[in-house]
Design a protein around this ligand. Structure first.
Ligand SMILES: [Zn+2]
Length: 353
């Protein structure tokens, strides 16, 4: 018998908190009955998009610390693909390794291996974040849920102390069809079934397991067309760099809020770091390129996350009580996972807020 629970942190990418439902998502609903769910969901870090929130889930740090602000990371004054650099603070995978705890990561979005620094796990899939040509893919090219469900058999989940999972296809279907489309609801149900299939592998040791199921962001409907803020800033000769991110953009440079709020389409802004500001517009406004998608994320309107805890271990009930009383912020999960695993608090350089 292990001295601490086996902790599963599963991200159902873009799962809308309000669609947690007995009939539509029976696996999630059963987990929530066993432990609990945050009544109004959890809260994302900004930008409310995939890579900043995944980096936060595995570090507990905000984007200001892990440096992944959008789909890209800010490094030496330039935006680079987040999967090329990973988080700039220690991850749970590294902290597990330091203590001899076994961690595994299986993700649908192959880039998340690099984004989350999951190469430091004892086992990860897809290997080096590269999806085989014959692996099943969702319609935006990321690994399909059924591929993830199949891959967990290769990582010996039952022998792990920490399991990190990501199922990608709800995000794809909501981008393509919209937030309320039948296809999007059907995908919630299909992803829930794949998730349930994965959890079934743990039933023989269920009383040793704590399962945390979250999503990284919500979506919002968008209007056709997008504003190129980088071009607008060049026209105004502003000394900034811009990274567009769906219904938001990140502006790096010393500019006043008044200057930012005078940019086309921008109606609100929020500081992310000293010289780094998130800007966004009215509902429906996209920035950068119009990819022809029906729904997007990025702005704080899409910051709601799924937050469910279950499992047969007694610690599941204790953690569920915490999230019932207060909406969990994305930065909290890594700290709670570390507590459950008995990882030493605040390793050198580990920052959580
Ligand atoms: Zn996502």
């Amino acid at each position: 018998m292990r001295s601490h629970p086996l902790v599963v942190l599963a991200v159902l990418d873009a799962f809308p908190h309000e669609q947690l439902d007995d009939a539509l998502t029976p696996s999630l609903a059963a987990l929530a009955r066993e432990g609990g769910a945050a009544p109004r969901g959890g809260r994302a870090v900004l930008s409310a998009s995939t890579y900043p929130n995944h980096a936060t889930f595995v570090t507990g740090a905000t984007p200001a610390a892990h440096r992944i602000f959008t789909s890209r990371a800010l490094q030496n004054g330039a935006f680079v693909p987040a999967q090329d650099v990973g988080p700039q603070v220690p991850t749970i995978f590294e902290r597990c390794r330091a203590l001899g705890r076994r961690s595994v990561a299986v993700v649908g979005d192959q880039n998340l291996i690099g984004v989350c620094g999951a190469g430091a796990a004892d086992t990860h899939w897809p290997p080096d974040g590269v999806l085989d040509d014959d692996a099943p893919r969702g319609r935006l090219g990321f690994g399909a849920d059924r591929g993830v469900a199949a891959a967990v058999d290769g990582v010996e989940m039952q022998r792990a102390d920490f399991v990190f999972l990501q199922l990608d296809e709800i995000d794809t279907e909501r981008h393509l069809h919209g937030v309320d489309a039948p296809e999007s609801r059907e995908q919630c149900s299909a992803t829930d079934a794949a998730f349930g299939e994965i959890l079934e592998r743990l039933l023989p040791i269920w009383d040793e397991v704590v399962v945390i199921a979250v999503s990284d962001h919500d979506h919002e409907a968008v209007e056709p067309g997008a504003i190129d803020l980088a071009a607008a800033c060049r026209e105004r000769e502003l000394d900034v760099i811009i990274d567009h991110d769906g219904t938001a953009a990140v502006v790096v440079g010393r500019v006043s809020d008044a200057v930012l709020l005078a940019l086309p389409g921008v109606t609100q802004c929020a500081k992310l770091d000293l010289d780094c500001t998130l800007v966004w517009g009215d509902p429906g406004q996209q920035f950068g390129i119009d990819w022809g998608l029906r729904a997007q994320h990025g702005s704080p309107r899409t910051n709601r996350q799924l937050a469910v805890v279950g499992g047969g271990h007694a610690a599941a009930g204790e953690l569920a009580a915490r999230i019932r009383s207060q909406p969990p912020h994305a930065t909290r999960w890594a700290k709670w996972v570390a507590e459950l695993l008995g990882l030493p608090d605040e390793d050198a350089g580990f920052r959580s807020q």
